[in-house]
Design a protein around this ligand. Structure first.
Ligand code: NAI
Length: 397
């Protein structure tokens, strides 16, 4: 099978896929729509990052595509619905940069506590401010984590090794790691934390989660860190809390409006304020995370293309399966309408074939069916299944 990797995806991806027997071409750039559309004709799968837009038009002209690998976190550059109804599974790597974000948060706690950003700028300007006033160790302080998921729980583990007392608030019940303690309300967490760090997803519930009300519930002289999503904090309210010195400093990596490229200017009402660390959404941007993303997405593509497992797909019903034994496997994507499974099983039974194993997952539009049968029957059966009206893609793996 041929795979096209675009946008200079980390070479680890090419190496890993080639090790698995795929023929891989790697381009350094993101082709313009027309070039992309015709390029894809030769490939069964494509790997992209955030620049390549896989629109409905491009996907509809390339209905043969089995899979798209987004070698990044976001998938909004792909029309997921159009891909799905064409039988094209889309994968990403949502958690490969977890550790990178967690490390940045720990560094920021120390930096805020020692006013590193301001002292560094002053030293560069030739100003010598040697003073211990307002500088503290983070050891023994309370860290409040909002959202105890992949990143929040990593921060928890790292923070304990620095001697912080970790508290967390999450809307779903989470197992505490180490000595971390769950608190039942956001207000309670805010009122006892010296540092508050946000690790929630962007949802209607988390939009404007931190306003002047929540900031006023935080301890006087505490710090806020946001490396989650820009929509979670009302920036004007944070600016007011910093100016009144109720909040002693903050580190912000994500903003309600971020420049679309490195060429665009960045402006924020937080610029120029004391003890405010601003970073350009680099929480997950490390070389290690790039390698981890390359490994995770290549692995998902490999398992989908060669084994039929759709685990990790963002637009497909999930069938999470391992390799099959001596049997052969038919993988079928079909329109989800009444009677399809019955039709397919009738074909199998009419051929006198025995089903070794069968896995089906569906959503409102498609069904994803994996059938293990004896090798003698596999080609004939798949040719009959392809002829069904409901068939979108059928292949043998
Ligand atoms: P996750 O899905 O593993 O964890 C999120 C946690 O937040 C879950 O435990 C969930 O139950 C909880 N949660 C959801 N709504 C909540 C609410 N209203 N109140 C309290 N808890 C709530 O997500 P992960 O991977 O830990 O990512 C967290 C955030 O970090 C996301 O917003 C993600 O976009 C962002 N992120 C930022 C990066 C950066 O470069 N700065 C890089 C990677 C992720």
């Amino acid at each position: 099978m041929n795979i096209l990797l675009l946008e200079n995806i980390h070479s680890t991806a090419k190496e890993k896929l080639e090790e698995q027997g795929f023929k891989v071409d790697l381009l350094t750039y993101s082709p313009a729509p027309e070039e992309l559309s015709s390029l894809l004709a030769k490939y069964q799968a494509v790997g992209i990052r955030s620049k390549t837009k896989l629109t409905k038009d491009i996907l509809d002209k390339n209905k043969h595509l089995l899979a798209v690998g987004c070698f990044c976190i976001g998938t909004n550059q792909v029309d997921l619905e159009a891909a799905k109804v064409n039988g094209t599974a889309v994968f990403n790597a949502p958690h490969s940069n977890t550790r990178s974000v967690a490390e940045l948060v720990i560094a920021e706690m120390v930096a805020l506590s020692r006013q590193l950003g301001d002292r560094n700028s002053m030293a560069h300007e030739g100003k010598w401010l040697k003073s211990a006033v307002g500088a503290n160790e983070i050891r023994g302080k309370n860290l409040g984590i909002i959202g105890y998921g992949h990143i929040g729980s990593q921060v928890s583990v790292l923070a304990e090794s620095f001697g912080l007392n970790v508290l967390f608030y999450d809307v779903t019940k989470k197992l505490s790691l180490g000595n971390a303690k769950s608190v039942s309300t956001l207000k309670e967490l805010l009122s006892i934390s010296d540092f508050v760090t946000l690790h929630v997803p962007e949802t209607p519930e988390t939009k404007d989660m931190i306003t002047s009300e929540e900031l006023s519930q935080m301890k006087k002289g505490s710090y806020l860190i946001n490396a989650s999503r820009g929509s979670v904090v009302v920036i004007a309210d944070l600016v007011a809390a910093l100016k009144s010195e109720h909040i002693k400093g903050c580190a912000v990596d994500v903003f309600p409006k971020e420049p679309a490229s490195n060429e665009e200017m960045f402006t924020s009402p937080l610029q120029g304020l004391k003890n405010v660390i601003l970073t350009p959404h680099i929480g997950g941007s490390t070389e290690e995370a790039q390698v981890a993303i390359a490994e995770e997405v290549s692995d998902s593509l490999d398992k989908f293309l060669k084994v039929g497992s759709s685990a990790g797909a963002v637009n497909f019903p999930i069938v999470d399966i391992g390799k099959h034994g001596s049997a052969k496997r038919i993988v079928n994507v079909h329109e989800n309408k009444p009677g399809v499974l019955g039709e397919i099983n009738s074909i199998i039974s009419a051929a006198g074939a025995n089903i070794d194993a069968q896995f089906l997952a569906t959503d409102d539009k498609i069904g994803y069916l994996v059938i293990d049968v004896h090798a003698d029957h596999v080609d004939g059966l798949s040719q009959s299944i392809v002829k069904l009206d409901s068939n979108i893609i059928t292949r043998v793996v």
